[in-house]
Design a protein around this ligand. Structure first.
Ligand SMILES: *Cc1c(COP(=O)(O)O)cnc(C)c1O
Length: 392
């Protein structure tokens, strides 16, 4: 037997599609003493965390909580509770995560209708109205911030047409929450889930969720048991509600992390936080445009926190990503699926969305592009970002 080598993870700048850089206050919170999951201190903390999550989701929903697991557990938790075998579901697919939602729904025994759009485009309320009229689904699933393409799907009008047809709407807010406005009550979203490691700047491990009364009625009136014991919302409601019935041991220190992350956002103010994401996105976009790079998502529907850009054909994209990591400690994301080898996905999420990171990335990119003899106006990317910040 021999001891394991000392744990010594490198310090990176995480500018990919997630995980994003964790706020130092969040890392410090995780090192605080672990208490029991029924300790009075922890129960109070859960109440305060729920209160904070309601503010971030902009909802009064009683059933606002955090599932133990990553964003995909939130996706599975929403679908498995709202869908019974044989139910009809319409899912909007314009990237990887809409596709994942179809897979999850099929595994729950749903009859799934896929409404597809080319990658990088968004859905219009009209096409969803037509698809809903044809499929008559119980639930429509849609991704707000498609992390695989950088497309930003407007939700408000879509929620209206879904409700007009008598269906419920489920929104994936994994990447959007904390980076752009998510208005659960104002838009009438019935169920929503997120994840901690995108714009909330926490490590991965919890999935904030919210169900409105209508969704909880659907859960209550199921004819069959929820297929997943772990994700059963009625049992989770007994733990998160006033009964405090033990269900599973909550990940205590991860809850500290989320609590601190939500505190950081509420101290900054949601609107200031969204404005910061928008400003840093504009600076990065100006810099990338100066290098001749185009965004993969439809103009006017580009996410501030996930910048997917088409890599010019003459560039060896994998070599640059690898050099960014090896020589500068910067992680950016590769393209997924249809975008494999064709786009870079640059995240400016939460704590990561700040000028220092924009300048760091643009200047490192300029050096690496010059090494590949890519032709561009040297210094132009950094200068373009500088102009955006100067204008404010
Ligand atoms: C990251 C992501 C997920 C999956 O979350 P995991 O934490 O990786 O399980 C789901 N949906 C979207 C839009 C995402 O960006």
């Amino acid at each position: 037997m021999s001891a394991l080598p000392t744990l010594n993870p490198p310090i990176r700048t995480l500018l990919g599609p997630g995980p994003s850089d964790v706020h130092p206050r969040v890392l410090a919170a995780m090192a605080r003493p672990t208490v029991g999951h029924l300790d009075p201190y922890y129960l109070q903390l859960m109440d305060k965390l729920q209160n904070g999550l309601r503010q971030v989701f902009r909802t009064a929903n009683r059933m606002t909580f955090a599932v133990s697991g990553t964003g995909s557990a939130g996706m599975e938790g929403a679908v498995v509770n709202l869908i019974e075998p044989g139910d009809s579901v319409l899912i909007c697919v314009n990237g990887v995560f809409g596709g994942r939602m179809c897979d999850v729904a099929e595994r729950c025994g749903a009859k799934v209708t896929r409404l597809e759009r080319p990658w990088g485009e968004v859905f219009t309320p009209d096409e969803i109205r037509n698809a809903v009229a044809a499929a008559r689904p119980k639930l429509v699933g849609i991704v707000m911030a498609e992390t695989s393409t950088g497309a930003c799907q407007p939700i408000e009008e879509v929620a209206k047409v879904v409700h007009d047809a008598g269906a419920m709407i489920l929104v994936d807010a994994v990447t959007s929450l904390g980076g752009i406005p998510v208005e659960v009550d104002a838009w009438g979203v019935d169920a929503i889930y997120s994840g901690t490691q995108k714009c909330l700047s926490c490590p991965p491990g919890l999935a904030p969720m919210s169900f409105n009364e209508r969704a909880m009625e659907v859960v209550k009136n199921r004819k069959t048991k929820v297929q997943s014991w772990y994700l059963d919302a009625s049992m989770l409601a007994s733990y998160w509600g006033s009964d405090r019935v033990y269900h599973h041991t909550a990940p205590i220190n991860m809850s500290y992390a989320l609590y601190e992350a939500v505190s950081v956002i509420l101290e900054e103010g949601l609107d200031a936080c969204f404005a910061r994401h928008a400003l840093n996105h504009r600076a990065l976009k100006a810099g990338l445009s100066a290098l001749g790079m185009q965004y993969a998502a439809q103009e006017g529907y580009q996410l501030p926190m996930l910048n997917a850009v088409r890599v010019p054909a003459e560039i060896n994209e994998a070599q640059i990503r690898s050099a960014l990591l090896q020589r500068f400690g910067i992680e950016i994301g590769a393209g997924l699926g249809a975008f494999k080898g064709k786009v870079w996905r640059i995240g400016l999420m939460g704590y990561g969305a700040r000028p220092a990171n924009v300048y760091l990335l643009l200047s490192a990119l300029e050096q690496l592009l010059a090494e590949q003899n890519f032709r561009f106006d040297h210094g132009a990317a950094v200068a373009a970002a500088c102009d955006v910040y100067a204008a404010g």
